[in-house]
Design a protein around this ligand. Structure first.
Ligand code: TYD
Ligand code: MG
Length: 453
């Protein structure tokens, strides 16, 4: 065993022999931190990369999958994000900002899971008493749940082997440490070692494991990003801590599709499912105000309607400010340039703020039209029709490009009582008939702005 100093990027996990201001692998700035690693002389130690035990070659028809039946969590929204439920022997990483609700949701599902499964909840963050108090509040009383507060992985592994739970929850990866290696808990080496150990146990003993990882803004402790390649699935919690909505998104899923989201609302007794997110995201929207537009984004298989708000105000001094929440800033900068150059809106001397209401993050092309309309509506100070939904990608010449799943999106808008929908004309040919919503197809944004503002 030999100790070696390396510099590890907290964003991508790349190791470099010397310190750099910029990570040579992912290009992030100021993310390298010093770490010591133990180089083992024998191959196949704790860091061995293979987790599946040795097998003999077999044809597909001879491989039994019957054990892969999904375990339901009691929360349909969570099951969907997991790809239909929990898979035995899988390691799922649950990431998110501190305080967003990771521990809450994991404790909450124990009540339903406890009906048929034994659960071991290992916490390195709270005392047994604190967790008990929270469990009381969440209505968790199952006898099949055991709480264990420990941070030393050697003891945890021993306990897992003794208890042999069906479901294991480890909260959080940043507090756990392996006493045999040097670095402090929370360093890249330690969290990788913890994840690798849990992955091995999950596979060997067929234990479905949830691993909590805090997303950290900067430096000293490493975030879940560096674990993404080790684990089977990665779910991230989105939303703002001080707002009620919480969105769980699958970033990686070996057992289902990614891009699915689950929507929840934080209440005084835990997280409540929101089966119809569009309705929730649209509640309380201002009517007859300028700078607000409804758009539709596809989240996996589901169309979700959301309100985008824009505020364009003359810049007082210096460079105009551009700020966004929930949408990529670069997308908005591009759309502003299109508005300026192709429509002739003199928006370069205006500060522009764009915000998706409700804490949803979206990056899909078909939201462009809605963003353009919200900005133009604020700039001209004219409200849009409150029954209007805008769908379509906008290109650099101001053209409106076709998008996928258009019928599903229109159907969702119709279901929620919207009466007008702007769609790309390239898509309009093959559409089925809609009774309650009128479709307006366009191929360029100039005409849309003329007709609707
Ligand atoms: P928590 O689940 O501990 O977050 P994490 O494990 O991701 O760090 O915290 C959730 C937050 O939600 C915390 O600020 C308290 C609040 N909360 C509620 O509003 N209602 C509840 O029923 C519970 C348990 C927590
Ligand atoms: Mg927690």
């Amino acid at each position: 065993m030999k100790q070696k100093t390396v510099f590890v990027c907290t964003e991508c996990g790349n190791e470099s022999p010397k310190w750099n201001g910029k990570c040579p692998a992912c290009g992030a700035w100021n993310t390298l931190i010093e770490d010591t690693i133990t180089v083992s002389s024998s191959k196949g130690g704790a860091n061995a990369k293979t987790f599946v035990s040795a097998s003999t070659p077999a044809t597909l028809s001879n491989i039994s999958t019957s054990e892969d039946a999904r375990i339901h969590t009691g929360l349909a929204e969570l099951d969907r994000v997991l790809g239909g439920g929990i898979v035995k022997g899988s390691l799922v990483l649950i990431g998110g900002d501190p305080g967003i609700g990771k521990s809450t949701i994991l404790l909450q599902i124990c009540e339903y899971l406890g009906k048929n499964q034994s659960i071991l909840y290992v916490s390195g963050e709270e005392s047994q008493r604190q967790i008990k108090l929270r469990a009381d509040r969440l209505g968790v009383q199952t006898e099949n749940l055991k709480l264990y507060t420990e941070t030393n992985m050697a003891n945890i592994v021993e306990t897992i082997q003794r208890e042999k739970p069906d479901i294991l929850i480890v909260d959080s990866v940043q507090t756990m440490f392996n006493p045999e290696i040097n670095p402090a808990p929370g360093s890249v080496t330690q969290i990788r070692d913890t994840a690798a150990t849990l992955m091995r146990i999950a596979k060997e003993s067929s234990i479905a494991t949830f691993l909590v990882g805090h997303v950290t803004k900067e430096g000293s402790i490493a975030g879940p990003k560096v674990l993404e390649h080790i684990v089977d699935s990665v779910l991230y919690f989105e939303g703002e801590q001080h707002r009620a909505y919480r969105i769980i998104r699958a970033i990686k899923n070996r057992f289902g599709s990614t891009n699915e989201i689950g929507v929840f609302e934080m209440g005084s007794d835990g997280l409540h499912e929101i089966p119809n997110p569009s309705l929730a995201l649209l509640s309380g929207r201002p009517e007859g105000e300028s700078g607000s537009c409804i758009l539709c984004t596809m989240e996996g298989t589901r169309p979700v309607l959301a309100e985008v708000q824009a505020l364009a105000a003359p810049t007082n001094f210096g460079n105009p400010r551009r700020m966004t929440t929930g949408i990529d800033l670069n997308k908005v900068l591009m759309l502003l340039a299109v508005l300026e150059k192709r429509v002739g809106l003199r928006i370069s001397s205006y500060d522009v703020y764009v915000n998706v209401v409700g804490g949803l993050k979206m990056g899909e092309p078909a939201i462009d039209m809605g963003i353009i309309l919200a900005i133009a509506s604020s700039f001209r100070n004219r409200p849009l029709d409150s029954g209007l939904v805008a769908i379509g990608e906008v290109g650099l010449t101001g053209e409106i490009r076709s998008c996928n799943f258009l019928e599903n999106r229109i159907a969702e808008a119709e279901k929620l009582g919207f009466t007008k929908c702007i769609i790309p004309s390239a898509n309009s040919k093959k559409l089925r008939k809609f009774d309650k919503i009128e479709l307006y197809s366009y191929n360029n944004i100039r005409k849309v702005l003329q007709d609707f503002l």
